[in-house]
Design a protein around this ligand. Structure first.
Ligand SMILES: Cc1ncc(COP(=O)(O)O)c(C=O)c1O
Length: 472
């Protein structure tokens, strides 16, 4: 096993060979990885990644939608190191607690919508989804309604990779492995305006306008609750904007109507804020952007800007009061729940987001420039539509932008664009026939312009290659 000194001497090819031999990577085909090699990232600062070959890449994905405050933030590093030196670990079980965990719980309660004033900590978004489902079902047991067990979520949603997270997620490729979904999980359609227009076009009917489509998509929840019987439905789980599903921004009418339907049937509303939280949509939480107050909110990623693993569930009074007053001992928790170093890093990260006005700027000048950059791409011959909200965005590729006709090979053209972007020093992500973007909230104006220049050039190259391959 190589020590740090030998590590410095390894070539990229050696790193790649050892990586392929020993590391089973998440959401990766190991055979393709062994064949093509992985990109070895060795350091990063601000919005820039540096690979082992000395190339600099503009990270328009904030890692995996998480490095909101950007790389190389000394304040987070210092807070984490101080905490490592003072108290590197303390259990949160059995009546033990610690200052960074208490301070972070208090801080999150102050930032969250009114009433969400208790926090259950985990170390990831997937564990947060699991915990939320446990808390939801526990709540209904305490209320004397154990038959309220069904969780409804959406196709193309993503809620993590634990059994509960992957089951609630609506990705068919994920469900195809390992006997998913678990029982008592149901899915309804995503509020995708693009998909609605495609379907209307195929059926030769007029699509609904955005407001009417938002209400229509929300009505799918009402119909499903009624079909299942409200007395069997525990909760609705949804991301304010569906990120990993391709950045599906719902019409403004969708969320208020969803919240009304949940209230009407007594169904708990769980907002997955793992991507949308901590400024991504220009508010501390995505639910605030859409004007709803959920019963529970899951979070992770941006809470520490990805510097240290941390996640959790913010719990509103309806569930929180029942758990505290009548729940007895909660039979759930992790050794690393509320890890002191993660909590200290989170506090320093929240300070940065607040002090630098990064949340407001994602809705203000920076968000406006990002939206303008995306909107300008609609003139590109490969682009059928764009969607954006705060600093989260997507470019929908289409074979014929005028009619919205999609490519036969839906995924591959976006993958071409992703590959060309990488060759041009830009990290974006292909999701189906979309290219998605989530740059760090600290990205400067010139870097945003640089991002869109590189993206446009990558789309040009993808168009040339798609034409050569006869895909156009
Ligand atoms: C919306 C959403 N929820 C949950 C998760 C799972 O989080 P983690 O990967 O930290 O388990 C993700 C991860 O991408 C996500 O995008």
């Amino acid at each position: 096993v190589a020590g740090p000194a030998e590590d410095a001497a390894r070539t990229t090819a050696q790193w790649q060979a050892t990586d392929a031999a020993h590391w089973l990577h998440p959401f990766t085909d190991p055979k393709a990885l062994a064949r093509e090699g992985s990109r070895v990232i060795v350091r990063a600062e601000h919005v820039w990644l540096h690979d082992a070959e000395g190339r600099r890449l503009l990270d328009a994905m904030s890692g995996l939608w998480c490095v909101n405050a950007g790389y190389g933030r000394d304040a987070i590093v210092a807070a984490a190191s101080r905490q490592l030196a003072t108290l590197p670990y303390a259990s949160a079980f059995f009546h033990t607690t610690h200052p960074p965990g208490i301070a972070l719980a208090e801080r999150l309660a102050a930032l969250a919508p009114p009433g969400l004033d208790r926090v259950f900590f985990t170390s990831s978004g997937s564990e947060a989804t699991d915990a939320a489902l446990r808390l939801v079902r526990r709540y209904w047991e305490i209320e004397g309604c154990p038959e309220r067990r069904i969780a409804i979520a959406r196709w193309q949603g993503f809620h993590g990779s634990t059994y509960a997270g992957a089951s609630l997620g609506g990705l068919e490729a994920v469900h195809a492995q390992g006997g998913l979904p678990i029982p008592d999980v149901e899915h309804i359609g995503a509020p995708s305006t693009w998909a609605h227009r495609q379907q209307a076009r195929a059926a030769l009917i007029e699509p609904l306008d955005a407001a009417a489509f938002g209400r229509e998509a929300a009505s799918w929840l009402d119909l499903r609750i009624r079909a299942l019987g409200p007395a069997r439905v525990a909760a609705f789980f949804a991301e304010p904007v569906q990120a990993a599903g391709g950045v599906i921004v719902p019409p403004e009418t969708y969320w208020p109507e969803v919240a009304r339907i949940c209230r009407q049937h007594g169904v708990l509303l769980v907002a997955d804020e793992v991507v949308c939280g901590f400024g991504r949509l220009g508010r501390w939480f995505g639910s605030q952007r859409f004007g709803v107050v959920p019963d529970l909110m899951t979070f992770a990623k941006g809470v520490t800007s990805g510097y240290v693993p941390l996640g959790g569930v913010l719990v509103g009074r309806r569930v929180g009061d029942a758990l505290v007053a009548r729940g007895g001992e909660l039979q759930h928790g992790h050794t690393m729940s509320g890890h002191p170093v993660a909590c200290a890093a989170a506090l320093a990260n929240l300070d940065l987001l607040e002090r630098e006005g990064l949340v407001e700027r994602a809705a203000g000048d920076r968000g406006v420039r990002f939206a303008a950059g995306l909107d300008a791409l609609t003139a590109h011959p490969l682009v059928g539509a764009v969607e954006h909200c705060g600093l989260l965005g997507a470019v929908q590729l289409a074979r014929d932008p005028a009619t919205g006709r999609e490519f036969h090979r839906r995924a591959t053209v976006a993958e071409l664009a992703q590959r060309h972007a990488l060759d041009l020093g830009l990290v974006v992500r292909a999701v189906g026939s979309r290219v998605v973007l989530a740059p760090p909230l600290v990205i400067a104006d010139v870097e945003l312009d640089d991002l869109f220049e590189r993206l446009r050039a990558a789309l040009d190259l993808a168009q040339v290659e798609a034409t050569q391959r006869g895909w156009m």
